[in-house]
Design a binder for this molecule. Structure first.
Ligand SMILES: Cc1cc2nc3c(=O)[nH]c(=O)nc-3n(C[C@H](O)[C@H](O)[C@H](O)COP(=O)(O)OP(=O)(O)OC[C@H]3O[C@@H](n4cnc5c(N)ncnc54)[C@H](O)[C@@H]3O)c2cc1C
Length: 427
């Protein structure tokens, strides 16, 4: 059996590792544009000098040898040919497969802002952050920049803002929504961060879109204008407004694609023997009970592992693809959020418990939790997350009469002892 995997990151390598465990004789080939293995989640630590390149690897140094995986690196797949069961690479070579995994990730979205797209193509002072090449360029630019604008106040934008701030660059983050981290937090939790960022010298502008990029006579970036007509000076810009799935051209029109490649719970695409996993795919998600993009590292890993089982012929569905878990820590303040951070409609209720150093909120409906924000002391976040992911019914628990008691629940409230003496989480 020949397994071909496109992509050497979270999804691709977790698939390769699992395949080797399940099939000791199969031929496993990984092809990637990357020529090194690193975690994208650490790119901002590289920019801020907190993590050298050689400490960003997330697999063992001898991963490929140890697992007998052939790695064709620094090579792009430019076309998939399902009729021939092959892929064509940028050097013109054709590689065949019995089972193929597409784990090609995503690329940054470039918003339609006047002057932005051509600036990214031609200049050295506008960037996105997706791979190590981007991080190297941003770090280099930070050495000579005085002031940066970061477009987008999501997790990646804020990570970049903090790392540039650490490098001595004055940063302004511009977020279109009325608060930063709009997908991860509600306004109250986000505003705590906005205050902390400002106290640490990072300006945050919310409720304003960037409408134009302005260049000086030398052709270098001079700044941006906002929707209210105001101008923000910048000699470098980082765009961080989200990602979209990315995959090679496929020489067949019946691959089902919506926002990403649609897969079933076995990570199968609509074409036989082709699987997809990670940021490139759109998969069944537990909380929303819909096929959506789940562009986070843990989902990519689980999807890669699930694909491996099914590529190896062991039918195994992915049953816990939960796409809404975020953890963050900026300037010492930690937060974990799960699921819905605002009630999606008025059939849901909210319970909040807060003080100067903490903010806890849950969104619930009919004795089941659907979302939470745990900010400050996050030691109770694990159990809340478990209750949400397992959709536990809390009608028999402490919370029956007072939902504020939900913040007092512990794992101990849910452990059940098995016949053999072991404990398991049960609700
Ligand atoms: C700056 C940053 C910070 C992040 N922080 C977090 C975080 O804190 N927590 C979290 O959960 N997630 C985080 N993420 C998201 C997380 O990194 C992704 O969800 C994860 O990397 C997706 O893994 P993947 O394997 O699907 O794709 P990717 O990691 O994007 O890897 C894609 C692979 O495919 C290869 N490839 C692409 N196209 C081709 C082609 N045509 N031919 C050959 N090879 C190709 C690439 O070279 C690469 O090896 C962050 C992302 C970024 C960019």
């Amino acid at each position: 059996m020949k397994y071909l995997i496109i992509g050497a990151s979270a999804a691709g390598l977790s698939c390769a590792r699992t395949l080797r465990r399940l099939d000791s004789n199969g031929e496993i080939v990984v092809i990637s544009k990357d020529d090194m293995v690193y975690s994208r989640c650490m790119l901002h630590y590289f920019i801020s000098d907190d993590r050298p390149l050689d400490k960003m690897r997330f697999v063992e140094e001898d991963f490929f040898d140890k697992n007998k995986v052939k790695w064709i690196r620094n090579t792009a797949v430019i076309e998939i040919r399902p009729f021939n069961k092959s892929v064509v690479t940028s050097d013109g070579a054709e590689h065949t497969y019995d089972k193929l995994l597409i784990a090609t990730g995503a690329t940054p979205v470039i918003p339609p802002i006047e002057g932005l797209a051509e600036g990214i193509e031609k200049r050295k002072d506008i960037f996105t952050l997706r791979d190590i090449g981007d991080a190297i360029k941003i770090k280099e630019a930070a050495k000579t920049s005085r002031q940066a604008v970061v477009i987008g106040g999501g997790l990646i934008g804020l990570d970049v803002a903090v790392s540039l701030n650490k490098q001595g660059v004055k940063v302004t983050v511009i977020e279109m929504k009325d608060h930063i981290l709009p997908q991860q937090l509600d306004k109250t939790a986000a505003q705590r961060y906005e205050r902390i960022f400002k106290d640490n010298g990072i300006d945050i502008i919310t409720g304003q879109a960037v409408s134009n990029v302005i260049y000086g006579l030398s052709g270098k970036v001079k700044g941006v204008t906002l929707s209210d007509g105001s101008f923000v000076f910048a000699d470098m810009i980082v765009v961080a407004v989200g990602v979209k799935p990315s995959f090679p051209r496929i020489d067949k029109c019946d691959l089902e694609i919506e926002n990403g490649i649609i897969v079933d719970q076995y990570q199968r695409t609509s074409i036989q023997d082709i699987y997809a996993a990670g940021d490139a795919c759109q998969s069944y998600e537990l909380l929303t009970q819909r096929h959506i993009l789940t562009p986070i590292w843990p989902s990519a890993v689980k999807q890669g592992q699930t694909a491996a089982y099914n590529m190896a012929g062991i039918g195994k569905p992915l049953i816990d693809n939960f796409g809404f878990k975020n953890s963050m820590k900026f300037f010492g303040l930690s937060t974990i959020s799960y699921g819905y951070v605002e009630p999606p409609d008025n059939s849901y209720n909210v319970a909040i418990c807060s003080g100067p150093n903490y903010y806890y909120k849950v969104v619930y409906k009919e004795n089941v939790l659907y979302g939470a924000i745990i900010q400050g002391d996050i030691s109770g976040a694990g159990v809340v997350g478990k209750l949400i992911q397992n959709k536990c019914n809390l009608s028999n628990k402490l919370v029956r009469n007072d939902w504020n008691n939900v913040f007092r629940l512990t794992y101990g409230d849910f452990f059940k002892q098995n016949q053999d003496g072991t404990f398991e989480f049960a609700c």
